[in-house]
Design a binder for this molecule. Structure first.
Ligand code: ATP
Ligand code: MG
Length: 361
């Protein structure tokens, strides 16, 4: 086949692929040719063009990979111009047949902790907006039935529209959102029993018109009650992110949350330390991650702009995108997306023979 693509300048498809195979994806630990990332390779005399299809648009080293590709191909004899287009195709996670099916949703990620008030909702809101701004299709399901805080953090006052029996999520900051807060007046407490919570969350998963999503993030309520049970047993989770503050009490609860996901064989993508800094200290999140053999995803500084932005309906990653906390959330989003891509290659690929064994090891 190479013969047909041989240009007058002797630039060949195999020659181009050979140099490109020196470019490694740092997360997946393989070269981008073996990973099948090179698409639409065209050679027109001395002009070479191709696209590199990554596993997430939020890839932290996208620009670096692009430059490596350009430099290597430009270095080939006979090549005068190189055009590299970076694209992304988020992979569909493996879903066990026992879980609820969400057609069109590629990955479902729970954001959890054992303890209340550590910043789960804040982290979820900023992660969602950061991923959407990177070019991903993102949904956010607020699973906190008793104390939903996502409508306030997103500044949503509209009620969702219905389409027959299905609810259309409200789109804001590029994210499709659903929350119990849309259905219940703010000053009215929700006094539901367990089965009703279960029913509501199941409807949020299956009777909401999510459409095509790369990532559906679930903001988990605090504790380990009915909602946690429903989500961990029924939602097709591709991974969980554990939020903790640096303090000891929060860490103990975070460990419980982490173990709960591991016990139901949901890969823990890693631990985030929120409100890190001189007030509460730092380093606890990293220790928790190390002790449990899961990645440490980074820390978010304690910052009044995070509160202010949350209260005014635009998450800090959009309102002060270049602040220290805005940057930290953006980096976190890339890390989560990368860890998910790694989890895909380990747990979600059809060749992972015995999933449960891999997870336990
Ligand atoms: N990095 C941060 N810096 C400063 N304040 C923060 C930060 N992260 C969260 N907060 C604030 O801490 C409070 C609790 O955050 P949030 O509601 O996100 O926590 P939560 O874990 O979802 O709570 P709950 O368990 O009640 O659902 C909020 O007022 C929020 O604005
Ligand atoms: Mg919350």
């Amino acid at each position: 086949m190479g013969v047909f693509f041989r240009s007058k300048n002797n630039v060949t498809e195999s020659g181009v692929l050979k140099v490109l195979s020196q470019v490694m994806d740092p997360d997946l630990g393989k070269d981008i040719v073996t990973l099948g990332f090179i698409k639409n390779l065209k050679i027109d005399e001395s002009k070479v063009s191709f696209s590199v299809e990554l596993t997430t648009p939020a890839c932290p080293v996208k620009e670096d990979l692009k430059k490596q590709c350009e430099d290597l191909v430009r270095g080939l004899e006979g090549v005068e111009s190189v055009q590299v287009t970076m694209t992304a195709q988020v992979r569909q996670a493996y879903v066990a047949p026992s879980k609820l099916a969400l057609p069109g949703v590629k990955n479902v990620i729970a954001i959890a902790s054992g303890k209340g008030g550590v910043g789960k909702s804040t982290v979820t809101a900023n992660l969602a907006v950061a991923l959407a701004r990177a070019g991903a299709k993102v949904g956010l399901m607020d699973a906190d039935i008793y104390g939903p805080s996502i409508p306030l953090m997103f500044g949503i006052t509209d009620k969702p529209m219905m389409e027959g029996d299905t609810v259309i999520p409200v789109e804001k900051h590029g994210v499709r959102v659903i929350s119990m807060g849309f259905f219940i007046p703010e000053d009215q407490p929700v006094v539901w029993r367990g089965p009703m919570v279960h029913g509501a969350l199941t409807q949020f998963l299956t009777q909401v018109k999510w459409g095509d999503l790369d990532y559906l993030l679930i903001d988990m309520p605090p504790g380990t009650g009915d909602a946690q049970l429903t989500i961990s047993q029924n939602a097709p989770l591709s991974g969980a992110v554990i939020v903790t503050t640096p303090q000891q009490v929060s860490l103990i609860d975070a460990r419980k949350g982490l173990k709960m996901f591991q016990s139901v064989q949901v890969p823990v993508l890693g631990v985030v330390e929120n409100m890190s800094g001189f007030v509460f200290g730092r380093g606890g999140g990293q220790k928790l991650a190390e002790e449990n053999g899961v990645p440490f995803l980074g820390s978010i500084p304690i910052d009044p702009r995070v509160v202010e932005s949350g209260d005014s309906g635009t998450p800090v990653v959009a309102s002060f995108s270049n602040s220290e906390s805005g940057n930290a959330f953006r980096i976190l989003a890339s890390r989560v997306a990368s860890e998910l891509s790694i989890a895909h290659s380990k747990y979600h690929s059809p060749v992972a023979k015995d999933l449960s064994m891999e997870w336990q090891s």
